[in-house]
Ligand binder design. Structure first.
Ligand SMILES: [Zn+2]
Length: 251
């Protein structure tokens, strides 16, 4: 069982750990700050080093209950080695900014247009979320939503991570009329929820990584949107200063 350091500290960018298992193309550690692909958010990448070698981690995934750090490099670590992990921080920090922006965008659409978030992809260059019911998203509405979300982000809202017992989390979110769709997807076996609170504007159950204040997001630009069937609309967005080459079909 790996201690998931990123759940408590989103700003941890390097860490020490012990190797607990090595396979041909992955390493399992006793603790990690690498975020594994999940909840719509793309995986972290980076490096693992011991005294003699360094391997590049290109993807981290949870497979059969294990957090596997995948590499295409030859792994020379001993099976009980102490290693040092380093995240690709530029990539991770963009994911954090995108993820917090997505929560604010989703809450804005819920409050002002009565639509629910039914899916999301947090990947620099192609971040997007799916909303329903939302058949139409014309230029006027797009401009209104973009301005509304940016006005909130620039209020410098604190972002807090709180751990709550299952019943308490459900009550907290329902009492404030926050979106509870994702709660229903969490298996009953999970007794503790991680609740992400953005000022007094939004709260939701989320295991993703986030900035600690919306001032770190800056502002967003909303790109194109497409109808993806069954009353669902997919809306793309980017960070105003996003340095990545944008996915050509997103804007
Ligand atoms: Zn989230």
């Amino acid at each position: 069982m790996t201690d998931l350091l990123y759940m408590r500290n989103n700003y941890l960018r390097d860490f020490d750990a012990k190797v607990i298992r090595i396979d041909e193309d992955f390493v399992v550690l006793d603790r990690t700050a690498f975020y594994p692909l999940g909840g719509g958010q793309t995986s972290d990448k980076g490096f693992l080093n011991d005294e003699a070698s360094r391997i590049a981690i290109h993807e981290v995934r949870k497979v059969e209950g294990e957090i596997r750090h995948f590499t295409s490099d030859h792994i020379t670590f001993a099976s009980v080695a102490n290693v040092h992990g380093e995240l690709d921080w530029a990539h991770r920090y963009e994911c954090m900014r995108f993820h917090t922006a997505q929560h604010v965008l989703s809450r804005y659409l819920q409050l002002n247009y009565g639509v629910e978030t039914v899916g999301n992809i947090i990947t620099p260059g192609k971040s997007r979320a799916d909303y329903a019911p939302l058949d139409d998203f014309g230029n006027e509405m797009k401009a209104e939503v973009e301005a509304g979300v940016n006005a909130l982000l620039t209020q410098n809202l604190e972002v807090e991570t709180r751990f709550m017992e299952r019943k308490e989390a459900i009550k907290f979110l329902k009492d404030k009329d926050y979106q509870t769709r994702y709660l229903e997807m969490v298996p009953e076996s999970v007794r503790e929820f991680r609740v992400l609170i953005v000022g007094d504007y939004d709260a939701s159950s989320c295991a993703g990584t986030h900035v600690s204040n919306t001032s770190e997001v800056g502002t967003i630009a909303i790109g194109k949107s497409t109808n993806v069937g069954a009353g669902k609309r997919r809306i793309y967005f980017r960070l105003w200063d996003e340095p990545h080459q944008l996915a050509a079909n997103s804007f």
